[in-house]
Design a protein around this ligand. Sequence first.
Ligand SMILES: [Zn+2]
Ligand SMILES: [Zn+2]
Length: 362
Amino acid sequence: MPARLWSPWTGKSWRRTSPSSPARASRYTRLFRVGRTARCFVCGSKAVAYVPYLGDYLCREHFVEYFERRVLETLKTFRLVEPGDRVAVAVSGGKDSLTTLYLLKKFSGELGIEVIGVAVDEGIAGYREYKLKALADLAERLGVRIFIGRFEDYFGLTLDEAVEVLKEKGFEYKPCSVCGVFRRYVMNKLARELGATKLATGHNLDDEVQVFIMNALKAHIEGVVREGIASATGGEGLVPRIKPLYFVTEKEVLTYTLLKGIQTPFVECPYIVYALRHPVRRWVNEVEDEAPGFKYRILAVKELARKALPEPPGGARKCVICGEPSSKPVCKACLFRAYLDPEFAAKLGGLKLISRLRDEDE
Ligand SMILES: [Zn+2]
Ligand SMILES: [Zn+2]
């Protein structure tokens, strides 16, 4: 029997008032290519999107309702937030994080939460400034306060500068690895200092599937266990993380932003070419095209795997260098910083010593 997965509100309770569209969904008529004849199965109006898990088309109004109810039910069913929570949304300025910010703000009254935004300026010329502009525009429209942490202030160098060093050293580490570690570090510290009780990220179903496949390819079992809809408990100094868009696909998010006028510039991070993520994403989309529902089944496999595996040990201790939560004596951000910045390493007794501390388990 195929793996079954609980799914938030799917819209299947809607009564069909219109016969199904004559042109059933084929590879060519799905999202963005809805044929001129496609009609919403609820009201019969012109369709804007095909929803694979519903197996039918929806108009503008019903797509928005479907999407919002699905996210709201995810938040409620998994108790991702509680009344009184101060939720910091980790916003990059991309469509996923802006949608997360938009929806949490929209539901904030109903859920009894306060919403703020935290952003990271990595220092990537020709990319970050555009994304931050989109973020500032939406934040103003919503009346949400945004707080920005800069790599330069936290680590003494921009990502552009870090990539130069990585290049000189032959890309022993990929830019995305360093950037990811630094981003999580800044987001968590900033959110905690702002008194946030939850940190919401914009990870959607596609992200979850891609990360799961990459973890599986690298046999990184701990990564599989860690990447759930919410972090288990957080641990001291770690703000618990939640993913409200866990059950909606990238295409659905994109459709929603277009319908809602949530604007984000189409600029990609210049370092994406160095990432393994890109080919995996392409491959997953190709298979999904051939066999609709593939992504959802992968997510189901992931949830089954997570249930079967033991929970990883939490980051109970503190980094001896910076005092931030870490699973090892030295946190990964400090290790990368020492690797990239010889002066920083020298002050602390050299990179060798720091690496040795990092590897020590007890
Ligand atoms: Zn409709
Ligand atoms: Zn540290």
